[in-house]
Design a protein around this ligand. Structure first.
Ligand SMILES: NC(=O)C1=CN([C@@H]2O[C@H](COP(=O)(O)OP(=O)(O)OC[C@H]3O[C@@H](n4cnc5c(N)ncnc54)[C@H](OP(=O)(O)O)[C@@H]3O)[C@@H](O)[C@H]2O)C=CC1
Ligand SMILES: CC(=O)N[C@@H](CCC(=O)OP(=O)(O)O)C(=O)O
Length: 346
């Protein structure tokens, strides 16, 4: 029996990436995909890469209709949509995976401050599980509602995690210097993402505060055993897919590069989607394009300092691939099912 999947927000980049991944997933089939703007249009007319793989047309986002035809619904929508539409699905017993941020921040006041809106589904916020399998696999298996992590938070957390869990980092001086491709900003037309604006150029943005900072701090604080503070600086790069996080930390104990390498290899040995590279490596975003993998290298430029390089495809391990990984866990399927494609090269 195949899992029946619905996608709310099927015309965005994470929506079409879900369709690409699920087209080859042996345990799931998409039964409904919504768009208000394109309702009635065939999906493969908008996304020709799906010709021969998707016979559906976009429909209006109607929770009652989705509840009748789906076992799980992905929300690939902007913030504020899932908290209004998901409760009806959840009440009907449907599982929900929100790729947006509605259920990521535990504290409603923090959510309101960073997202500029009050939370409108507080009972479900309490029940949601933050869907980073590398930290919360057991809870994800038992959940009904998953808050799929943000793209920058995925790369940043996986990079810092082994050191913080081991109590080896000063938790107040973390720096995450991160770069994203333009697909991270979504498919809606925005001036800074035009080719003539973003191409052949490079700049930081949201330096005085980005909404991923509280998400990163919330999650890392759980595993560090105390408050973590991170200086988080995102940049827009003229590429389509990819996130590169350069992560800096101060070590609290005398530990050399060889031991750091052992620590990372041991932490991620059993993880199917985290690849710790050999000493001295410099992972490139190109090495993860289209693949649900985070590649990590750990360096020690001088005693007392550590630099971790962490790369993901923002649309795969940073969004839709991780969401499918969570779906596999929710339904007791092999975690890697449908996610074993090799990255594109070149
Ligand atoms: N792009 C990325 O790399 C990542 C994105 N995310 C998050 O995933 C979510 C989706 O991102 P992305 O695919 O880039 O977004 P897009 O802007 O590309 O797409 C948004 C989709 O949501 C639909 N939508 C918008 N408003 C509503 C509404 N009120 N009700 C129902 N559907 C609506 C749109 O269709 P229509 O308006 O026609 O209904 C569209 O299909 C966002 O929350 C984003 O922050 C998370 C990690 C990475
Ligand atoms: C390049 C770019 O603009 N990136 C987006 C990240 C979007 C994302 O993945 O985050 P959420 O799911 O939390 O919205 C940004 O900085 O807003």
């Amino acid at each position: 029996m195949q899992i029946r999947v619905g996608i709310v927000g099927g015309t965005g980049y994470t929506g079409v990436e879900l369709l690409r991944l699920l087209a080859r997933h042996p345990g799931a089939r998409v039964t409904a995909i919504t768009s208000r703007a394109e309702a009635g249009m065939r999906v493969d007319a908008l996304f020709p890469n799906l010709r021969g793989h998707c016979e559906l047309s976009f429909s209006e986002p109607d929770p009652a209709a989705l509840a009748a035809t789906c076992d799980v619904v992905f929300f690939a929508t902007p913030h504020g949509v899932a908290m209004d539409l998901a409760p009806q699905l959840l009440a009907a017993g449907v599982k929900v995976i929100d790729l947006g941020a509605d259920f990521r921040l535990r504290d409603p006041a923090t959510f309101a401050r960073w997202y500029g809106m009050e939370h409108r589904a507080l009972d479900w916020l309490e029940k949601a599980v933050y869907g980073l399998p590398e930290t919360r696999r057991a809870a994800i298996r038992e959940a009904q509602l998953i808050a799929n992590p943000g793209c920058y938070p995925t790369a940043t957390q996986l990079g810092f995690l082994p050191l913080l869990e081991a109590g080896l980092l000063d938790p107040h001086s973390l720096i995450a210097d991160t770069k994203s491709g333009a697909s991270g900003a979504g498919r809606a037309a925005k001036l800074p993402n035009l080719l003539c604006e973003a191409g052949d150029s490079f700049s930081a943005y949201a330096v005085s505060g980005h909404r991923h900072q509280p998400e990163i701090e919330q999650e890392l604080s759980c595993w560090a055993g105390g408050e973590v503070r991170v200086t988080f600086v995102p940049h827009l790069t003229p590429m389509i897919r990819g996130i590169h996080a350069t992560l800096y930390g101060r070590l609290t104990r005398d530990i050399d590069a060889a031991d750091l390498q052992v620590l990372y290899e041991a932490r991620y040995r059993e993880e199917p989607f985290v690849d710790v590279l050999p000493p001295g490596s410099h992972p490139a975003t190109r090495s993860v394009r289209g693949a649900n993998v985070c590649r990590i290298a750990v360096h020690q430029p001088r005693p007392g300092q550590v630099v971790v390089l962490s790369v993901i495809d923002n649309l795969v391990k940073g969004a839709s691939g991780q969401a499918v990984q969570n779906m596999n866990l929710l339904f007791g399927l092999p975690e890697a099912m449908g996610l074993e494609d090799v990255a594109l090269m070149p």
